[in-house]
Write a protein that binds this ligand. Structure first.
Ligand SMILES: [Zn+2]
Length: 202
């Protein structure tokens, strides 16, 4: 019983900009390498790391910190991706990750496509989705219909075009995707939230 709690505790990190604690997987990771602070999108690089919330405000603040913890980085912070490019860089990584996880969602059979399929399953009350993805170029009428049909509490994500969602999932263009509960779905929700945070600034 203590083991589970300890594991959870190990995954908690603190944002270097605002000091709020969060799950490691939900924060942006930076490592020090070759005298620079390098963003580590996939959490794959070794070494000491610091973390920041994946929001425009915290990333901007992180970049203007005069000092970081000594054992992480000595002296004035120097960044591999310059401040003027980091927002675009994060957005690009998030886009690529959504594309990647949509492909995985298709392969693992956790997605249903198309407005009619979703409407039918909602009517029957079977298989309530964990999230619904709507293409940004979906007709307004369809969007309104989906907002009305999808139960409250189910995240409605707006991302991509029918074309790009089709390409990511290896299908024809598709504007509505229902995702079942899965760690893959959690990642897609997470990356869409990051893009929403950042696109307000772009
Ligand atoms: Zn923060």
């Amino acid at each position: 019983m203590g083991k589970k709690a300890a594991t959870k505790e190990n995954n908690v990190r603190t944002c270097a900009a605002c000091g709020v604690k969060g799950d490691k997987g939900s924060l942006l990771r930076f490592v020090a390498a070759g005298g620079l602070i390098v963003p580590d999108w996939r959490g794959a690089l070794g070494g000491r790391a610091v973390y920041a919330c994946p929001t425009s405000a915290c990333v901007s603040r992180f970049y203007t910190l005069k000092r970081l913890p000594e054992k992480f980085f000595k002296g004035t912070p120097a960044f591999a991706v310059p401040q003027g490019e980091i927002h675009g860089w994060i957005r690009m990584q998030a886009e690529a990750s959504i594309t990647h996880f949509l492909g995985l969602a298709r392969k693992s059979g956790i997605m249903r496509t198309g407005q009619n399929t979703l409407a039918e399953s909602l009517e029957r009350g079977t298989a309530t989705p964990a999230a619904v993805l709507l293409a940004a170029d979906l007709a307004e009428r369809t969007v309104r219909g989906m907002i009305a049909a999808v139960p409250a509490g189910v995240p409605l994500l707006r991302w991509g075009t029918k074309e790009s969602i089709g390409a990511a999932t290896g299908m024809r263009p598709v504007g509505v995707i229902a995702l079942a509960a899965s760690p893959i779905t959690n990642r897609i929700v997470h990356y869409c939230a990051i893009i929403n945070h950042f696109c307000q600034e772009l």
